[in-house]
Design a protein around this ligand. Structure first.
Ligand code: PLP
Length: 387
């Protein structure tokens, strides 16, 4: 039985071109901070990678900070900004706040909670039944003059795309720093920082065919951040530690490839995703699509399936050779309900969420086969539960 990977939102296979570029970078060595020729060669590689990633993002080279992951970039944005605020505006004794949406990835929610433990008032923006942030609630939140507003570009569980331009413009008008976590959207949506009043943006390599262990934070010129990692002055003093040159090179190549193929690939994935959705809704009565009535990323489908046990479903799908998840990868394996579906008013007891996410290697034949196998598994589990 051929296995079918439908968990590209968790991570993606390393692309062959990316592997080549990393191996080539790894065949050399040198610390980019060293003055000698080995160091200068490593520095050149690193700065070339930064330049190429910046070009994809419509940014300047110095506005791209390499980090170890999307999670680290989110933390640097939220906590780094909060600490800057506390030292500056906060020093006069005024109360500070940090704002994010209720459907953020746990990387942002965790950083926001940490800021809360450090004295920030935490404001969580609610979403509608499709997972979209209500811009009215932003108005109210802005009156607290927060240190930062963080709203993701698109959600990792349901794929819902947020009205980022509108939110960023509103924050810019109010003079409030705006951050967006674009880990899932990068490579799938058009993201140009020279066309958007967004101050901070998070991206990660392993979601687009790049390596794990490298992310980046776009940091608009003039926006101040306090580093979270102290030591040497690497990455403009914002992220101490000898840079992972090979990983940065791989990230830049993956980003260029993803951007070059973005439009054609998004159309292909959307059509495959819609086939998967139609096929499963036909075969599994009572199933509902979460986030299906708002603008949605092309590769994510989130379903609520009644009358099946979550653990049993994921285990049985794995036995059938299907890699899927019940939501975000970092929550798989726990019985905790999805905070995203709960915020959308959809986390109903007795319904099991299933996230299927597609990618570069997904084929039409796999989608046909996946519909059969998933419908078969659900049917068998329901029959067992009734017996
Ligand atoms: N933000 C979102 C929306 C994500 O989907 C993920 C990963 O699942 C992250 C942040 C964390 O990225 P990383 O795995 O690079 O730490």
């Amino acid at each position: 039985m051929e296995s079918i990977y439908l968990d590209y939102a968790a991570t993606t296979p390393l692309r062959a071109e990316v592997r080549e570029s990393i191996l080539s970078a790894w065949s050399e060595f040198g610390n980019p901070s060293s003055m000698h020729r080995w160091g200068r060669r490593a520095r050149t590689r690193l700065e070339e990678a930064r330049e190429r990633l910046a070009a994809v993002l419509g940014a300047r080279r110095r506005e791209v900070i390499f980090t170890g992951s999307g999670t680290e970039s989110d933390n640097l944005a939220v906590l780094g900004r909060w600490r800057t605020w506390r030292r500056g505006e906060g020093a006069s004794g005024s109360a500070g706040a940090v704002v994010c949406s209720a459907v953020e990835h746990r990387a942002v929610l965790g950083a926001v909670r940490a800021a809360g433990a450090d004295g920030a008032a935490v404001v969580i923006l609610g979403v509608d039944r499709e997972g979209r942030v209500d811009s009215g609630s932003l108005e109210e939140a802005l009156s607290a003059r927060p240190a930062i507003v963080s709203v993701m570009w698109a959600n990792n569980e349901v794929g819902t795309v947020q009205p980022v331009r509108e939110l960023a413009e509103r924050c810019r008008e109010a003079g409030i720093v705006f951050h967006s976590d674009a880990v899932q959207a990068f490579g799938r949506e058009r993201i140009r920082m020279d066309e958007l009043p967004c101050d901070l943006l998070t991206v990660s390599a392993h979601k687009i065919g790049g390596p794990t262990g490298v992310g980046a934070l776009y940091l608009r010129d003039g926006v101040e951040l306090e580093p979270l990692v102290h030591g040497g002055g690497q990455e403009a003093g914002l992220r101490a530690g000898t840079e992972a040159v090979g990983a940065a090179v791989g990230f830049a190549i993956a980003a260029e490839l993803a951007e070059r193929e973005r439009e054609a690939e998004a159309a292909r994935l959307e059509s495959l995703r819609d086939h998967l959705q139609t096929g499963l809704l036909e075969r599994l009565p009572g199933t509902v699509v979460n986030g299906g009535n708002a603008p949605r990323l092309p590769h994510i489908l989130n379903l609520s399936i009644p009358e099946v046990d979550r653990e049993m479903l994921l285990m049985s799908l794995d036995l059938e050779g299907i890699g899927a998840s019940s939501g975000s990868a970092c929550r798989s394996g726990t019985a905790e309900p999805s905070h995203v579906l709960a915020a959308m008013g959809r986390g109903i007891a007795g319904e099991t969420p299933l996230r299927l996410s597609l990618g570069r290697d997904t084929t039409a034949a796999e989608i046909e086969e996946a519909v059969d196998r998933i419908a078969g598994v659900v049917g068998r589990l329901r029959a067992l539960a009734e017996a």
